[in-house]
Design a protein around this ligand. Sequence first.
Ligand code: KG4
Ligand code: ZN
Length: 338
Amino acid sequence: MLVLGIESSCDECSVAVVRDGQEILSNVVATQIPHHEVYSGVVPELASRLHVQWIHGVTEAALSQAGIKIQDLGGVAATSQPGLIGSLAVGLSFGKAIAFALGLPFKGVNHMLAHLYAPQLESPMEYPFLGLLVSGGHSIICVAEDFDQIRVLGTTIDDAVGEAFDKVAKHYGFGYPGGQVIDQLAEQGDPEVFRFPMPSLHKGEHRYDLSYSGLKTAVIHHLEDYRAKAGPASAENIAAGFRKTAVDTLTSRLHRAVEDTGINRVVAGGGVAANAYLRRVLAAWKDVDIRFPPLSLCGDNGAMVAGIAYRYFQRGEKDDFDLVPNSRIPIYKRGTQK
Ligand code: KG4
Ligand code: ZN
């Protein structure tokens, strides 16, 4: 079955064709980053307008790169939640229109579950496994019982990890989006020059929780020294110190989860899963099978949407055409989520 997957939850306009939830025939990603860069953040109204302008061309490119005709499709899927409501509405409406016109099943997809599915496209991991879902809007440590069911163990009590990278970069004027810029700067810096403290959430229900607002404040504290080019406050050293604490916080919680649950299979997903230091630390863990998506599937993309949708279609599950987008999902809370 060939599934068309549409992703428009934020600032990437992406459409993909995936065969049987596994084989990526095409995955076209048109990024809006240059349009939002001047504002140092995503402007929601601009994002939805660009999706409207681009979605048709991106879809045609995805079909032609896959070497198929639209009539060859067996199903259509689009991200329906969470994300920017106007942006979601564009992809969702476009996808529903295609499915309706061709008489195909349609499925709205949860963006975070799709991120967790991304590594499954290349090299499937058996369920259950531990999931590390780290993006600009979410930071979640969970047990993935199945492709559509996760049990949240811990989450951030304030900022998401990607958001912290973006905010630090914005304050320092490093560029946008901040994650990749800081990651690259940090490769040239010394992480021992600025040792930022990790959040001390160790007990009870907070055992796996994360926090980034304290770290962000601590890093911004050095802004004046950086601007005055005083002492060791170089962009590289600050980036390296920040990246180390941000990532060590994630891996310390994840390690607890491995020890407590006895589950030694881990899948990482979301934009922050592209982080070079995170990938190095986890790859060095002994006795843990760790699966990262390839860099091309870490950020937002249509392939993960098409991939997970196939699994729903296999079960005979689809959505009605009155499905509406949702900007938020109750996935933050601890416990089982679908
Ligand atoms: O999954 P994604 O593309 O969009 C959301 O669903 O949010 O993730 C974007 C986030 C941004 O905050 C970006 O700064 C961060 O992922 N990011 C990174 C890296 N590449 C992207 N964070 C740390 N290191 C990276 N290499
Ligand atoms: Zn995302």
